[in-house]
Write a protein that binds this ligand. Structure first.
Ligand SMILES: *[C@@H]1O[C@H](CO)[C@@H](O)[C@H](O)[C@H]1NC(C)=O
Ligand SMILES: *[C@@H]1O[C@H](CO)[C@@H](O)[C@H](O)[C@H]1NC(C)=O
Ligand SMILES: *[C@@H]1O[C@H](CO)[C@@H](O)[C@H](O)[C@H]1NC(C)=O
Ligand SMILES: *[C@@H]1O[C@H](CO)[C@@H](O)[C@H](O)[C@H]1NC(C)=O
Ligand SMILES: *[C@@H]1O[C@H](CO)[C@@H](O)[C@H](O)[C@H]1NC(C)=O
Length: 540
């Protein structure tokens, strides 16, 4: 099958390529003093193979300039084809090397470093490898270039020999203690002498990436309030890997308390393939001895351990108000508060009704001893122009019908009660003095009418001398009270009653209640109307 064959071919090609990769493509190279060393040119294509005769090697040295290298240059140097070999390389071999073939040339810079006296390898020539714990750790001692001439190879770990044969290798499952420096020493016989080349791996063993760091749930330190004599369960739960363990430490130097038991744990697999484990520590019949002792729960894994502590404290009944008492108290307090607020609100809204009821209940009467004749003097715009007809009807018919015939008050209405003739201003003044209230029916026309001046000045006096209380009835809506004399403007807003022709008709309406409230208290019973329901007023 074609699509199966292709990857295999690729794999083989890659294998061949890497295994034959012995040429030196890096331009900067480090070598260790005393070891055999080589430089091999990497031919760009195979077409130059025929030109090997023209190959030349040069070394460029600071003082001596560019010098061609030959077999006679040094007994340690051998040249064959693309390769320049050193048996071995020494410190003064450092410098720039040039390979030249026809028009092609390639340069390397070689740096030879001294051999460490204490170590079997050179720090600068280390190959680092990282292996996860429990995964395969392999160290093969193979040298791409010298393998054919290697007589023997030794493998050292941290410079201590661990194996010595032709092809030593290490293959195992990594453990944390496998971490270290692994050095292969290849022994190479050459011209009757035995040389050695080293290759060092630095192996780092890391935690399994698929393993999590197990965690115990909850705070590092938990205080548990207990009552002496009761049982208590401490629940320790953790998120962990399959092989991790959870356990309680509750041992004292002299053994454990007899009433402390560690129960079998439970484990549930999570969707991510981890485990949720919990383990209960049961302390029966808690006594003083169990208090203030640190019961520790620990989860242990390869990566380390995590611990949580639980300390039992005695529940102080006398200091703490039990929760349910506190809650009950709060509820009662809130209910009382709500009730008070409701009562006050109702009282404010219905204060007029409450006052009228109270007045009626105790049978109070303010009118018996003050020597006044009238309960109220009614003042309104008196010009009987057609547009003021409604006011006139209200003042002369509606007010007396309700206040006099229904509620038993006695009103003084100038037009009705005063015989024409005499000094009007004086007359008004004396009538007001004989009245307990002054009812002023306000309307736009009243205020723009300057005929009322005399009344207003008399009014003023009455107000200033505080002999009479004033009730304002806003018969038609008034937005601007600046027309009123100063003293009237100071009236509190509740003394201004608004007449609403559509809602104020019934005796039980707010308008009449408010008016009664402002009128003096009186017990005299009226001669009752035939009907209790106030007749609908006609507006004409
Ligand atoms: C490798 O060779 C050096 C000298 O070139 C020598 O000092 C060292 O001991 C040799 N190492 C071993 C393991 O024989
Ligand atoms: C190499 O040389 C041989 C004869 O010596 C010749 O046949 C061949 O074509 C040459 N190859 C290249 C790539 O020049
Ligand atoms: C290694 O070299 C020694 C002499 O230098 C020789 O006796 C021995 O047989 C060689 N070993 C191998 C495996 O080539
Ligand atoms: C302990 O706690 C864990 C997690 O908080 C919970 O799943 C488990 O049911 C608890 N065990 C007991 C016995 O209460
Ligand atoms: C629990 O841990 C605390 C602090 O980590 C330590 O002081 C205590 O001795 C431990 N208790 C036990 C029973 O190991």
């Amino acid at each position: 099958m074609h699509h199966r064959g292709l990857p295999l071919t690729l794999l083989i090609l890659m294998f061949i390529n890497t295994s034959e990769e012995t040429c030196t493509s890096r331009p900067h190279i480090t070598a260790a003093e005393g070891e055999p060393f080589y430089l091999q040119y990497c031919p760009p294509t195979s077409e130059h193979e025929n030109e090997t005769d023209s190959i030349k090697w040069y070394k460029t040295n600071g003082s001596r300039g560019k010098v061609e290298l030959g077999s006679s240059s040094s007994p340690r140097i051998t040249l064959h084809g693309y390769v320049l070999e050193f048996w071995p390389v020494e410190l003064d071999d450092s410098g720039r090397y040039t390979f030249q073939m026809g028009n092609y040339s390639y340069d390397w810079t070689l740096n030879v470093i001294g051999r460490s006296k204490d170590s079997c390898f050179t720090e600068k020539q280390i190959i680092s490898k990282t292996v996860e714990v429990k995964k395969s750790l392999q160290v093969f001692c193979e040298h791409n270039y010298y393998q054919k001439v290697v007589n023997r190879t030794s493998l050292y770990k941290n410079c201590e020999k661990i194996e010595n044969n032709k092809d030593p290798f290490l293959k195992k499952n990594a453990e944390f203690r496998d971490q270290g420096y692994y050095t292969c020493v290849f022994f190479l016989p050459h011209n009757g002498k035995l040389f050695n080349v080293t290759k060092t791996f630095k192996i780092t063993v890391i935690k399994d990436r698929s393993n999590i760091n197990p965690v115990l749930l909850g705070p590092k330190l938990t205080y548990v309030k207990v009552e002496l004599g009761k049982d208590v369960q401490l629940n320790c739960s953790a998120l962990l890997n399959e092989k991790d363990v959870v356990y309680w430490n509750f041992w004292r130097a002299n053994g454990s308390d007899p009433n402390v038991h560690e129960e079998e744990g439970t484990r549930i697999k999570t969707s991510e393939g981890k485990w949720h484990a919990s383990k209960i520590l049961r302390i029966e019949n808690v006594n003083e001895h169990n208090l203030h002792f640190s019961y520790n729960c620990t989860v242990a894994s390869e990566g380390g351990i995590d611990t949580r502590s639980f300390i039992l404290l005695k529940k102080e009944d006398l200091v703490d108000i039990p929760g349910y008492v506190f809650t009950r108290g709060m509820i009662i307090a809130v209910l009382i508060l709500v009730a008070v607020v409701c009562l006050v609100t109702v009282g404010v809204i219905y204060r007029v009704d409450v006052a009228l009821f109270y007045r009626h209940f105790i049978g109070r009467d303010e009118t018996l001893t003050d020597g006044k004749t009238y309960d109220a003097f009614v003042s309104y715009l008196k010009e009987c122009q057609p547009e003021h007809g409604a006011e006139h009807t209200f003042a002369v018919e509606t007010l007396p019908r309700v206040l006099e015939r229904h509620f038993g008050y006695k009103l003084c209405i100038f037009e009705r009660d005063v015989v024409p003739g005499g000094a009007v201003a004086d007359e008004i003044h004396s009538l007001i003095e004989k009245s307990r209230r002054l009812i002023i029916v306000l309307s736009k026309s009243y205020m723009s009418n300057e005929v009322r001046y005399e009344l207003e000045s008399g009014l003023h006096e009455a107000l200033v001398e505080r002999k009479i209380k004033i009730i304002l009835i806003e018969f038609t809506p008034v937005s601007d009270f600046s027309f009123l004399p100063q003293s009237l403007r100071l009236l509190k807003s509740h003394r201004i009653l608004k007449w609403k022709a559509d809602t104020s008709l019934s005796y039980n309406s707010r308008f009449w209640k408010n008016l009664l409230y402002l009128m003096p208290a009186k017990t005299a019973k009226p001669c009752r109307d035939e009907s209790e329901v106030f007749p609908v007023l006609s507006q004409s």
